[in-house]
Every structure is written in C-alpha cells, then in structure tokens.
Ligand binder design. Sequence first.
Ligand code: NDP
Length: 399
Amino acid sequence: MADVLCVLYDDPVGGYPTSYARDALPRIERYHDGQTAPSPERIDFTPGELLGSVSGELGLRRFLEERGHRLIVTSDKDGPDSVFERELPEADIVISQPFWPAYLTAERIARAPRLKLAVTAGIGSDHVDLQAAIDRGITVAEVTYSNSISVSEHVVMLILSLVRNYIPSYQRVIAGGWHIADCVSRAYDLEGMQVGTVGAGRIGSAVLRRLKPFEVGLHYTDRHRVPALEQDLDVTYHPDAESLVRVCDVVTINTPLHPETEHLFDDELIGKMKRGAYLVNTARGKICDRDAVVRALENGQLAGYAGDVWFPQPAPLDHPWRTMPHHGMTPHTSGTTLSAQARYAAGVREILECWFDGRPIREEYLIVDGGKLAGAGAHSYSAGDATRGSDEAARFRAG
Ligand code: NDP
C-alpha cells in the first residue's frame, strides 16, 4: 500500500462547478511529432470537468483506493505547519503541478524517507530539487506534451495582446470610456516584425508554426539545432539568446527552468534587446530577473511584458510584477485549461498504472530516473537545483 500525497490548487471561490460552459472536448489522439496522447487503461472522470483543483483530485481517488492506496489531496503546501509538510514523512509518492507548486526542496526531500516517485501533473519539474532527487534515487516524471499546445496558443494570444495594446483598451471600455487615441498610442501591427523563441522544443516550435501565417520574420535559439524547423518554416537559427534578442521585436521564452536558464534574462541581456521590444514568458518566472524586468518596463527598454509564470508561486501580494507598467500577467493558467487538465490527469494515471504494475514509464515522461537525468530530462534539463527562495511562497497566505 502506498501513501500518495497530491497537491492541487484551491477550488473556485464560488465552489466546485456543477455545470460547464461547453459539453465536450475535442478528442486529441496524437501530437505534432507523432507522440500519442496519454493512454491509461481507464479513466474515472469526464474530460472537460475541473480536475486540477482539490475537489477534482485529478480523477484519481477511485483508482487508488480500489488498489488499497491512501490518497491525500491538499492545497496547503507552504510553511512548516502545512498539510504537505505534515504528510510528507509518510509519503511514498508526491503528485504536484507547476501552477500551485509544492516545492520539493532538498530539505523537504530529506524529511521524506519513503518518497520514491515525484509526478508532475503537467510539464516542468523545476519545483523539484532535481539534484536532490538524483542523489536520493527518486524517480521524477512529468506528462510531456500534455499542455504544450495549450501554452503555445496562450503565447500567440499574449504577443498579440501586447503588440496591439489590447488589455488597456479593454479596461477603457470597462471603465465606461471611448478614448481611442489613448488606446492606439501604444498599438502596432505584428505584421513585418521579427519574432524569436528561446527554446524550440514542443512549445517553442508550436508557437513558430502558429505565427507563420502572420507574415513575420521567425527566429530561434536552442541547445540543439532543428534543421527541419528551419526548412519547413524558414526560421533563422541563432547560436545563443544574445544574438537572437538583438534582432527581434518580440521574444518568447520556451525553455525549462534549470541552472543554465535561471536569470538568463537579466539587466545585461534585456539591455541587448531592441528598445521597445516585447517579452513573453510562459516558461518559468525565474528565467527572468524579477527587478530587471520592472526596470526595463519603467525606462522603456521593454514596451511590454506578459506571461503567467512567477517566482515563487503563488506570488506574494507585493510582488512588483502585479503593478509594473505595460504588463499582461495572469496567474499560472496557460497550461491548465480544462482541455489540458483532461490530458495531464490521464497522463498521471498512466504513470501511476505503470509504477504500480512494475511496467516502465514512457521514456518521454522521465526527467530523473536511476540516479540521473533520464528521458526528456536528459535532453532538455541540466542537473542542479532551481528551487532556492521558494519558501517565499508562504507569504501569500500570510499576506
Ligand atoms: P521541451 O522540452 O519540448 O522544450 C524545451 C526546449 O528548451 C528544448 O528544445 C530544449 O533544448 C530547450 N532548452 C533547454 N535549455 C536551453 C538553453 N539553455 N538554451 C536554449 N534552449 C534550451 O518542453 P516544452 O516546450 O513542452 O516546455 C518548455 C517549458 O515550458 C517547460 O519546461 C515548462 O517550464 C514550461 N511550461 C509552462 C506551462 C505553463 O502553464 N505556463 C505549461 C507547460 C510547460 P534541447 O531539448 O534541444 O536540449
């Protein structure tokens, strides 16, 4: 019998939904590169339901309890008195997600002697100290591709929102105004601009494919060159982020957070961008230096910044990105649409079925296994820790 400790975000303020805006989801069986969508033996939820919050339980309770396991689901994840910290010493498996991350720091891992598997319901396992997981022989797995397209759609939306000054114009209407000149004095067309992605994996390449019809110049940099992308979409390769940002009007960040990318966008790199460039970051908040972004928006080096990722999460009430000028920030939502939830809940179920049945977890889902980076993790991450400072998240509830 295993103790499965699952951390999810809170239910809606008005209570768990009893009905939904739409009746069904489109059925996605395969992704662009041919990888199949999650394929557990069974699911015990209706796709389209809210699965990612506490009462949704990722649709796992029946499956786990039928097999004799204990499932604890909580949103109380920060601080020494949290349910997460109290349950951790008994946990064999932790399931968490990036939207409301239960940071698995080295200290917490040390307090979890039974922990063998950490599953990320979604993509991005930087909330786990991967070095500590490697050292302890803990398997880390995520549901690769489950929400990559969700995020790529969001990136396109954010780019257009910033360039066309959508959010302030919308706010004018809500406020009862009709101030066209105020709305358009920061509005441009995307057509003809140079748009680049730092990271051209599943999300970055999907953003490029989606932007192609907008008649823009496309650019990318990545640890591995992707000739097919260059041929198919006429994308210009850059050997590093610096070379890319020098020529781009819009930059989108689509790499994992790991020691190589932590604070990549600091004063120096942002200073090399074109004046008035737009920066869209749906990858991880810590890839940008928090205060460098604020400074660049205030002095006009950046014309806009948008995204849904912060550090830590939830962002304290006094986090300067809540109030900086020309931003289009939301809570971490882009990868947790109802459509995405159905896929990553099914993916978590698939990973657990494999784990309990002693079958191998798909290679593409593995980040750490057997004491080293493995599968997708070996391709896209570097070893080390990116969780430092995450205890700040406790300040959200305290505030
Ligand atoms: P992929 O692994 O498919 O793509 C990541 C790409 O980043 C890879 O091509 C990788 O290169 C590249 N990369 C890694 N390090 C560097 C570096 N130092 N410089 C340049 N490129 C680098 O992942 P996805 O595209 O699916 O997701 C990317 C990230 O987006 C996730 O790790 C997560 O942090 C974030 N995300 C955010 C979500 C949200 O809701 N906001 C939801 C889902 C993901 P290579 O593999 O060639 O080495």
